[in-house]
Design a binder for this molecule. Structure first.
Ligand SMILES: [Zn+2]
Length: 232
């Protein structure tokens, strides 16, 4: 009898703790609340973002919510076959008021992480540092059916599953253009902003690789979904 009394007590405590978590914790700290595109990238948010990779319908629901909030414009794209099959990809045409040099194909988690990065961090950082508005992101592509660094025998790149975006520059409303290739080592405002934009990306992607990583990344930020918090 004593044991079952303890068990009942234990269940009661867990239930009460769950109830408390659900009702009083802000969503970005509450593992049971669904992800919302405005949630800041706490560890809990980041685990939820990662979990969406295996929950396509839940991911699309959050992505549609982001579209309703003008954080992204996208449409569903056709699945592809062949060596690099894609299931449920989307074509992203803008991040709302932030345009793109061209649309890009993305897995749902890449599209969502990118929308959250652009609106939660990149646009505010541009405003803070320059006083101007981020208007456009220049990129080198997201989907390419190839191995890492195009090496034969290497494993498939994240680009083969549309799970990485290569960003080469940013444009501002005041006419300024920031180029990763040209301005990364700029000692004035452009360099400061680029470095801020890079480090801000790290909380939203599994891995962020920039010019400090190696020569192959001298002209772009590789922002991909593999890994957890790799930032170099
Ligand atoms: Zn890349």
């Amino acid at each position: 009898m004593k044991t079952s009394g303890g068990l009942v007590m234990g269940i009661l405590i867990v239930a009460l703790a769950g109830y408390w978590l659900y009702d009083y914790l802000p969503p970005q700290y509450n593992p049971f609340a669904p992800l919302s595109p405005g949630d800041p990238p706490t560890l809990v948010t980041r685990y939820k973002m990662r979990a969406l990779a295996s929950q396509p319908e839940a991911c699309m629901a959050v992505l549609r919510e982001a579209q309703a909030q003008n954080m992204i414009a996208f449409r569903q794209a056709a699945d592809t076959r062949g060596n690099c099959p894609l299931s449920g990809p989307v074509r992203v045409s803008s991040f709302g008021d932030v345009a793109l040099s061209s649309s890009f194909l993305a897995s749902c988690p890449l599209a969502l992480s990118s929308a959250m990065y652009v609106h939660q961090r990149a646009a505010p950082a541009a405003k803070d540092i320059t006083g101007s508005t981020l208007t456009r992101i220049d990129h080198l592509g997201s989907f390419a059916c190839r191995n890492i660094y195009n090496r034969p025998g290497a494993r498939l790149s994240e680009h083969a599953t549309a799970e990485a975006l290569d960003i080469s520059g940013f444009r501002l409303a005041n006419g300024e253009r920031l180029s990763v290739a040209r301005d990364w080592n700029n000692r004035a405002q452009k360099g400061t902003l680029l470095r801020q934009l890079f480090s801000d990306s790290c909380a939203f992607y599994g891995n962020s690789l920039g010019p400090e990583y190696n020569a192959a990344h001298a002209d772009h930020f590789h922002l991909g979904m593999r890994g957890f918090g790799i930032c170099r």
